[in-house]
Design a binder for this molecule. Sequence first.
Ligand code: ZN
Length: 244
Amino acid sequence: MRYAIISDIHANLEALQAVLDDIDKNKIDEVLCLGDIVGYGANPNECVELVSERCRVCIKGNHDAAALDILSTLQFNINAKIAIEWTVKELKTKNLNFLSALPVHETINDITLVHSTPYEPGMWYYISSLEEAAFNFKHFSTPVCFTGHTHLPMIVEMDSSGDTYLNKKKEVAIENNAGSRILVNVGSVGQPRDRNPKSSYGIFDSEKNHFHYRRVAYDIEKTQAKMRKIKMPEFLINRLSEGR
Ligand code: ZN
């Protein structure tokens, strides 16, 4: 099976369409989504509808949860809060229902899928360091775990002796029979923060046990113009062209 794993779309329709076009060119069997379909961008309904059509599995992210329960924006900064308040008013009931039914954790074919962390996935903790990644390896048992949430691509490997290390490359092959495991952040489709404004997602070939990243250019100015029209905070608009 060849899987495409996408995450953190954040209602950025141009980015999602560009990534789906790239997926169509890459002989993908199934698309898996790690959540945060909404929040920040101007097209929450269109993005929810596309994800529900195209993805076999979708996980709930913290912005999806916040659109359903405004109280969970307590930990949000002011920009995220403004964006989610607009999103709540905009979302159609059927799309809110779709978000509401999403799980925070799923395992398919030996792959663990979460938005934030395998440890307490509904608490929206972050994995930002090797130490946090090492802790999280204890909380899933499959060879592969995919996450999103930080919007920063990251590959952490655990070898058969249980040592963890950062893989700085854009791909990884797991030696499954040698007992090695990987925890991979696939980066963000709709709001990358690693100083590369191109959309990030990953492709995992479960037969070859190989993962690699894809970066896809999209019409950022079009997205920004839509955000300006609905008066999203300038900071959220500007960060897209800088990828931060
Ligand atoms: Zn996010």
